[in-house]
Design a protein around this ligand. Sequence first.
Ligand code: C2E
Ligand code: MG
Ligand code: MG
Length: 717
Amino acid sequence: MLFNKKSISFKFAMILIATTVMASMSMMAAIFIFSQTMKQQIVRNGQQQIESAVTQQIVRDIHLLATKLSEDLRQPLFDFDMASIKKIIDKLSDSNEIDYVYVFDAQQNIVHDGSALLLLFAQPISQMPKVELSPTNELVVKKIGKIIHVIEPIQVKGVLYGGIAFGLKFSQVEQDISHFKKNVAQENDDFSNRMLQSLFVVLFFLIVLCLPLSLLLTRRLLKPMQDLANKSLAITHQRKDIVFNSEHDDEVGQLASALNSMTHRLRVSHQHMTAIAYQDELTKLANRRKFNEHLSDITLWAANHRGKYALLFIDLDRFKQINDSEGQKAGDILLQQIALRLKNTVEAYCSSNNIDTQHLLLARLGGDEFVVVLPHCRNEHEASDLAMQLINVCSQPIELNNKWLVVSVSIGVTLYPIHSQDADELLKNADLAMYASKKQGRGRVSVFNYLMKEEFKLHYVVCSELHEALANDQLYVLYQPFYCTEKNRFIGAEALVRWRHPDYGLIMPDKFIEMLQGSNLINELTLWVVEQVCNDSKKMAELNIPCLLTVNISSQSLMDNEVTHQIYRMLNDHRHPCQTIGLEITETGMMNDIMQCTKAMNLWRSAGAQIWIDDFGTGYSSLSYLNDLPIDVLKIDRSFVVDLSPQNLTPVVKSIFALAKALDLLVVTEGIETELQARCCKTLGADMLQGFLYSKAVTFDEFIGQMSLTDNIKINE
Ligand code: C2E
Ligand code: MG
Ligand code: MG
């Protein structure tokens, strides 16, 4: 943490160091500049003082020299003793610093210039301007250029006799002074360098000392802040057990307690949000989002640990009907009750089988769909075992609106990794398996197999291509004749639709019609077949062949007011006195909505059509309704004639025939394959017989051929 470059303490320490270093550097620079200025000032003053001291010394020396010369020359000048004067001048001229030496008279004309030939004798002094000399005059010193001109009057007993003038070269002195200055400057530079070096050494030690010190200091100062930061960071990493230390009686303490209350609020709101996001509000089970995440997690876990799990897709049977009849509120209560039963059963199953519940999940996907993720499930038997327990517990009566209801659930099972290793595909597989359970009669469990997938593909093809298939003549109608027991001949036929698919070949109606249920396509098909039958009936009329043609009406179309009216219009349009059209309705379809059914039946009957009840005996029609409804014919289901023989006339079969006769209805038996069956049905009073014994479904042209024969019946033996 100490050297974490991103930590606040590191940054703070760096700032502290930088500040200290900068402050020290600024201070040292100031000291340096100040000392330099001071030194320069001192040097300058020193130089000036030296210069003036030197000058003063020189002046004193000049004065001394001039006074001495004036005294020495006093007598020789008075005596005009040129030899003595020369001697004195020579003594002076020996010095390198002397530029010239003249002894002059009171008129300031040269008496002696020091030369042997007295070249300048009686000439005025040219080197310097004339000076007013008097007996009282003191020494005259003038500096002109690099020469100091000195004039000392010579007097004897107060009378001015002349004087001595000499010029001193000042350059040597200046050289000395400049040399001295240079030395001082050199000294000064050396001093500056030494000072700079010292300053750098001090700075270095300052930094070396400052770094650990400031780090320690900042760590100490910022430790509580760092703790808060680390804990805050831990919160962002989903740690939920973080508590900030708010013991400090300062800003840090206040911040910590603020963070504590913030994290508390955050936790509460997180719990709330999680509940909203991942919980099904109605049942309090996990919702679809939670399930999706869980499924991805367990799939990943299973992939990494060679794990296994099962997916159980549970769907309530006929929930929509219950919801519609009992009301949505009751529907909600039902879902809650079912959810609770599922939960208890799943938990009990896991605890009795010692299943680790870490990856167990029961979720409601929406509507009446639930799903169980069962971890460590080794095979389909284990999954089916739980599924059966769930089916049993759900089928226990539930009290709703003061009524006891029995509901059932259909379950589909799929296994990881046998059926797929992909989470989405597994869910689809489980859904398909559940759908298979529904198809097989509900309230049961189906384990996924690959045929279900093929079925699903076909389902997709059927639904997406039917419309196009109708337009492209891929659908056609065959007719299976009815044999009239009284007339001993065919009197009509049932229209049975077929689909010749370019890829799938011939698709039989019991395969594709069911797939169209729930969509508007089934109505489209119904109307198309009715129209075909009406057209064919018209053709029969044109051929002068009286005929009864029946058409199967799906229960969905029967319930659709618009469709029933369209059928009515078609029946009316093709109405013909010699032709009859019968509409075959299943018992189950009829019982869905008895009011709507009655309306449709009356409407069609008013257009001259007959109402047939198809597959009679397999549904749950109430006898009282049979009495009230406008029905013409009962078509007894094939299942009743399969085992029919004179020795085996069951009371049920007998009563169905008796009932039909009592209600004054015509009876048709379908699925007659043997003579024996035909004979039995005739004995029981069947008016029409239909089955492979007489004819399979044939094309319209073939059917016309069959009907055109006078003795049209030719039994297939
Ligand atoms: P369904 O109306 O009960 O038709 C009778 C079915 O039994 C027909 O099957 C027919 O071929 C078959 N069958 C007839 N005699 C015998 C026999 O002696 N033995 C055996 N084993 N079967 C026999 P198909 O044509 O496959 O039709 C099946 C079902 O499809 C029909 O049952 C009907 O419910 C439905 N269906 C057929 N065409 C249409 C249609 O145009 N519209 C609607 N909504 N449903 C149709
Ligand atoms: Mg039928
Ligand atoms: Mg039938």
